[in-house]
Ligand binder design. Structure first.
Ligand SMILES: Cc1cc2nc3c(=O)[nH]c(=O)nc-3n(C[C@H](O)[C@H](O)[C@H](O)COP(=O)(O)OP(=O)(O)OC[C@H]3O[C@@H](n4cnc5c(N)ncnc54)[C@H](O)[C@@H]3O)c2cc1C
Length: 451
């Protein structure tokens, strides 16, 4: 049993952890940084795992940082199953690893992300062809099983089939990826519509219809009552309405939850995720947290929940890194959800509040056509949310309106119909938009005066 000491210990080698490590190094050239991960891989873009299966990307292109990143930043990276952190002793400032070693730290960051939620479905456990879809290893295993199933099915002259349990972003991304290898993709969803947390009923119905020509059949309002097996193989699913679907493999994608057990066992405060203050400090001394593991305040509706999105994890990683390196000016004041995803040729962009509560007194504008749908949610003269399904124009501007709390009265209302010209904005907003290209302190050309 060996003990290593490090000024900074980062648990997690993904968006939050790596961004924090990079930020710390930029602020503190000499402090020792150790980063551990139970996954053996160089840091990769987790949202890209489905694109790997589809052949849209490669392992090399998925690398989030260059091959020499850890070396260049003098980071000791311990990557692999044996480096899983099993215990955290906040008093002793020490983390115990699976291989029996321990690491003493000055400041520690929990960037442990999410773990899949396993639904309590009869017969699901212990089947070798049931996969989750969170890590690169998960995706590669599901991919190999899909290729094998496809070969076997074509040898016996039948269709190859997968059942995906759960129609969140992860379930639908898995469905899209596997549709490139298998004939029939069935997606089950307990809620009354697909992508229930990201879409409203109209948007969900349209997306469901647009997915059908791609071989994806969704079953909203239905989930698996029982997984039917032969030995350790799942061969079918009995649905909650009694019907059965045959399958060659199953993807269990009913959702994720914060991977907070390490901190909870050490006594950290938690709600729907780890509770942190504006410095991203947990209730444990010198233990910070960032990314999916954290409970975030939604600045638009005041709700508190994890925000399992890559940009949020990077943003928090940056703030945590600055704080850990002694920059106390970096604070986190909450956030809101922004999703940008493509399924096949269908683009889906959403942000903020999609399904406002009655008591929020929101005004809703809808622009629906055959194959596209836009919804804008406004409150007190401000935009607080949108859905853009197959209508991607201006998404960045709408997100900026939400982010900046822009008073919509100051804008030409055509902004919600078609591409606005700069002239649609009042002077201040026009400056804000130009400002992105000509920072205020570089305004040597006098743009501010010209508009
Ligand atoms: C299939 C899929 C598609 C997605 N698509 C999108 C998308 O389109 N857009 C978007 O914004 N977000 C998307 N996400 C979500 C996004 O990937 C996450 O929000 C983001 O990865 C969170 O980063 P993180 O650093 O908090 O944690 P994670 O990426 O979950 O990483 C956690 C790290 O902690 C390590 N770890 C955990 N526990 C331990 C331990 N005990 N000891 C040692 N190491 C440990 C893990 O090995 C890993 O390195 C997707 C996620 C998935 C799974």
């Amino acid at each position: 049993m060996a003990t290593l000491n490090s000024d900074y210990l980062i648990i997690g080698n993904s968006a939050a952890g790596v961004t924090a490590a990079e930020t710390i190094r930029a602020k503190d050239p000499y402090g020792t940084i150790t980063l551990i991960s139970r996954e053996p891989h160089h840091v990769y873009g987790r949202p890209l795992i489905s694109y790997l299966i589809e052949g849209k990307t490669t392992l090399d292109a998925m690398k989030f940082k260059p091959e020499t990143f850890y070396e260049d930043h003098k980071i000791t990276a311990l990557l692999g199953d044996e480096f899983e952190a099993l215990t955290l002793d906040p008093e002793a400032h020490e983390v115990g690893l699976k291989n029996g070693d321990s690491i003493g730290y000055g400041r520690c960051l929990l960037a442990t992300g999410s773990v899949p939620f396993t639904p309590p479905i009869k017969g699901l456990q212990g089947k070798s062809n049931v996969f989750t879809f969170i890590t690169l290893d998960d995706a590669e295993q599901a991919w190999a099983a899909a290729v094998e199933a496809s070969l076997k099915a074509s040898e016996s002259g039948r269709c190859s089939r997968v059942v995906v349990i759960g129609s969140g972003l992860i379930g639908l991304k898995a469905a899209e990826a596997l549709s490139h290898h298998l004939d029939e993709i069935s997606v089950l969803e307990l809620a009354d519509r697909i992508l229930p947390t990201v879409l409203d009923p109209e948007g969900s119905a349209l997306l469901q219809r647009l997915l059908e020509p791609h071989g994806i059949t969704c079953y909203p309002g239905l989930t698996a009552d029982e997984v039917l097996g032969e030995g350790d193989q799942a061969v079918g699913v009995r649905l909650t309405n009694g019907e059965c679907l045959d399958c060659d493999l199953i993807i269990a994608a009913v959702g994720v939850r914060p991977n907070s057990s390490l901190a909870l066992e050490a006594g950290a405060q938690s709600g729907r995720g780890l509770i942190v203050d504006e410095r991203l400090l947990t209730s444990l001394p010198d233990v910070y947290a960032a990314g999916d593991v954290v409970q975030v305040c939604d600045v638009l509706d005041g709700s508190e929940h994890p925000l399992a999105l890559w940009p949020n994890a990077m943003h928090q990683g940056k703030i945590a890194g600055r704080q850990m390196a002694g920059d106390e000016t970096a604070l986190f004041h909450g956030s809101f959800a922004v999703n940008a995803v493509d399924f096949f040729d269908i683009s889906l962009l959403t942000a903020g509040v999609i399904n406002p509560r009655e008591d929020m007194g929101c005004e809703i504008d809808i622009y629906a056509e055959d194959n596209s749908y836009a919804k804008f949610v406004k409150q007190d003269g401000k935009l607080i949310g949108y859905i853009l399904l197959n209508r991607p124009q201006n998404a960045g501007i709408y997100t900026a309106l939400i982010e900046n709390g822009v008073d919509l009265d100051s804008l030409d209302q055509d902004i919600f119909l078609e591409t606005p010209q700069n002239l649609d904005f009042d002077n201040e907003m026009r400056w804000e938009r130009l400002h992105k290209f000509y920072p205020r302190d570089l305004d040597r050309r006098g743009w501010k005066e010209k508009i």
